[in-house]
Write a protein that binds this ligand. Structure first.
Ligand code: FAD
Length: 460
C-alpha cells in the first residue's frame, strides 16, 4: 500500500503527525509538495517568502534523503496534482495537516470531494500547524459551535493552557518512496517569483530552525519576560518564519519551553498562544482578513504622500523609520517595532490599517493572513484589543524601549553620528548639526495627529 503525504504549512520531519500517520499505515509513501498555482495567482508569493520556501523545500528533501526517501515536487492546481499522484501510485489514502486558514480549509474540502470520487480517503491531522486547532477551545455558554470563538485573549489563554497537549513525535528513521514517481526540480526563489529578496533575510528550513530553537531554549528564553521589548537587544526568538512555514512544530516548542520552565519560558508560551488565538478568530470570522472585526465607523485618510514616507522609513520620527527600514532590510521586524509603526500609521497619520497590512505582507517573511491582519486590526483599534483607543507615542516608547538610541543608529545611518537618546529628536539638535544631516523633518506634529485621532473617534 502507498499513501501520499501532502506537505503544506508543515515543512519538517520532526514532530510531524502527517508523515507519521502515513508511515503507520503504508509501506511506501509519496512525500509531496505542490507549487500551487492558486497561491501563485493570489499574489501571496512574494520574493522574501519565496526565497525562504525554496530553502525549506531543499532542506526537507535533504532530511527525507537521509532517511532513504526524497521530496516529490509538482506544480499546478493543488487538488488536481494530488489526485494525479494518487492515481500514479494507486494510493489508498492522502494525509494532510488540518487547515487553519480559509484557503487551506477550502482546499481540504475540495480534496476530500475529489478523493472520495476515486474511492480514496483523506486523513486530516490536527495540532500540526497550531497547538490547539480553531474551535478546539470555545467560550462556555456560547452555544459551543465551531463558529464561536474567543474575542478576548486572556480567557482564551486560560482554556488553551488547561488543555493537555499531545506529546511531540520523533522524526521517522526510514522513508520509502517508490522509484517510479517523478518530481519537478526543487525550486529556487527566482523560479517562484520575480523581484528582489531583502539582503538580510534569514535562511529557511528545518535544520536552521532546530538549531535556533536549541540555542534559544538554552539561552535568551530565560530572560524573555524582561527583555522581549528591548528593541536594540533583539532578544526575542526570531522563530516566527519557521513557525509560519512549519519548519518547527508549535506543539514541540511549547514542550521545550515547559521542560525548561521559569517565567521567561512561560511568557514565551503565552506568545505562542497568540498565534492560535488569531487563527481561531479568523476561522470564525473569515471576513476579518479585510473587513473591520469591530467597526469604529471611521473614515480613514488615504494620504499617499504620508503613506509613502511611512513605507520608506522617512517620517522624520527616527524610531518609526528605524523599524520600517529593518522590515525592508530583513523581511522581519521586532514586535515592538510592529506595534509602533502600526499605531503611528493608523492613529497618528490616520491611514487605513489595510494599507499597512498590505505593505507588511509584501515584505514579511513570517507574513500570514491571520497574524498579520488581526494584529493590524488590534493596533488600529478595530480588532480584539480591549483598549482600542490607546495611542502609542513614538517618543515616549523610544525612551522606554530604545533608551540610548542604539536601535535607531543601527537602522538609520543618517543619524549614526548622534550619540545617546538625542538621536530620537533630531529636530532639537543644534542648528549646524541638524543642517548637516540628510534626514527629514517630522511628517506631522504628534499633538495634531492625536487631535485628528480624537476628532475622528468622536465622529465615529
Ligand atoms: P517571539 O517574541 O519570540 O514570540 C514567539 C512566537 O510567538 C512568534 O514567533 C510568533 O509565532 C508568536 N507570536 C508572538 N507575538 C505574537 C502576536 N502578537 N500575534 C501572533 N503570534 C505572536 N506574526 C506573524 O507570525 N506573522 C505576521 O504576519 C505578523 N504580523 C504582525 C503585524 C503587526 C502589526 C503586529 C503588531 C504583529 C504581527 N505579528 C505577526 C506578531 C509578532 O510581531 C511576531 O510574531 C513576532 O514579532 C515574531 O518575532 P519572534 O519570532 O522573535 O517572536
Amino acid at each position: 500500500r502507498t499513501s501520499v503525504v501532502l506537505f503544506t504549512g508543515d515543512l519538517r520531519v520532526h514532530d510531524q503527525p502527517v508523515l507519521r500517520g502515513a508511515l503507520d499505515e503504508a509501506e511506501n509513501i509519496v512525500p509531496l509538495f505542490v507549487l500551487d498555482s492558486g497561491v501563485a495567482r493570489s499574489g501571496f508569493m512574494v520574493p522574501n517568502r519565496a526565497a525562504f520556501l525554496a530553502d525549506c523545500l531543499h532542506d526537507l528533501d535533504a532530511a527525507l534523503r537521509k532517511r532513504g526517501g526524497r521530496l516529490i515536487i509538482r506544480s499546478g492546481a493543488v487538488v488536481d496534482e494530488v489526485c494525479r499522484v494518487a492515481d500514479e501510485v494507486d494510493a489508498g489514502s492522502v494525509h494532510v495537516a488540518a487547515g487553519v486558514s480559509g484557503y487551506a480549509m477550502r482546499r481540504e474540502q475540495r480534496l476530500r470531494d475529489a478523493l472520495e470520487a476515486s474511492r480514496r480517503t483523506l486523513t486530516v491531522h490536527d495540532a500540526v500547524v497550531t497547538v490547539v486547532p480553531p474551535g478546539g477551545v470555545l467560550p462556555s455558554g456560547s452555544g459551543a459551535t465551531a463558529k464561536d470563538h474567543f474575542a478576548v485573549f486572556t480567557p482564551y489563554f486560560r482554556r488553551w493552557r488547561d488543555r493537555v497537549h499531545r506529546a511531540p513525535l520523533g522524526a521517522p528513521r526510514r522513508v520509502e518512496v517508490p522509484d517510479s514517481v517523478v518530481s519537478d526540480p526543487l525550486p529556487s526563489a527566482k523560479s517562484l517569483v520575480a523581484g528582489d529578496v531583502s539582503p538580510g533575510l534569514c535562511a529557511g528550513g528545518e535544520s536552521v530552525a532546530r538549531e535556533r530553537m536549541r540555542h534559544w531554549a538554552a539561552g535568551a528564553m530565560a530572560q524573555y519576560d524582561d527583555r522581549h521589548d528591548d528593541l536594540a537587544g533583539d532578544a526575542t526568538s526570531r522563530l516566527s518564519p519557521y513557525l509560519h512555514f512549519g519548519c518547527l512544530s508549535p506543539v514541540e516548542l511549547v514542550r521545550v519551553a515547559d521542560d525548561r520552565g521559569g517565567s521567561g519560558a512561560q511568557a514565551f508560551v503565552r506568545q505562542l498562544a497568540w498565534r492560535d488565538f488569531n487563527y481561531q478568530v479568523l476561522a470564525a470570522r473569515p471576513k476579518a482578513s479585510h473587513e473591520d472585526y469591530r467597526s469604529r465607523g471611521d473614515h480613514w485618510r488615504g494620504d499617499e504622500r504620508e503613506l509613502a514616507a511611512w513605507r520608506d522609513g522617512l517620517t522624520g520620527y527616527p524610531i518609526i523609520d528605524a523599524a520600517m527600514r529593518q522590515l525592508r532590510h530583513e523581511g522581519w521586524m521586532h514586535n515592538r517595532g510592529r506595534l509602533l509603526v502600526g499605531s503611528f500609521l493608523t492613529k497618528t497619520l490616520y491611514v487605513d490599517w489595510r494599507a499597512g497590512a498590505a505593505h507588511f505582507l509584501e515584505l514579511l517573511v513570517d507574513g500570514d493572513v491571520a497574524n498579520n491582519q488581526l494584529n493590524w486590526q488590534w493596533v488600529a483599534g478595530t480588532g480584539t484589543d480591549t483598549r482600542p483607543n490607546r495611542v502609542l507615542n513614538p517618543l515616549t516608547q523610544a525612551g522606554r524601549f530604545d533608551a540610548d538610541g542604539t536601535y535607531v543608529r543601527r537602522w538609520v545611518p543618517e543619524l549614526a553620528e548622534i550619540g545617546g537618546p538625542a538621536v530620537h529628536r533630531p529636530w532639537k539638535l543644534p542648528k549646524d548639526t541638524r543642517s548637516r544631516l540628510d534626514y527629514p523633518d517630522p511628517l506631522v506634529d504628534l499633538g495634531e495627529g492625536l487631535d485628528r485621532f480624537h476628532r475622528a473617534r468622536d465622529k465615529g
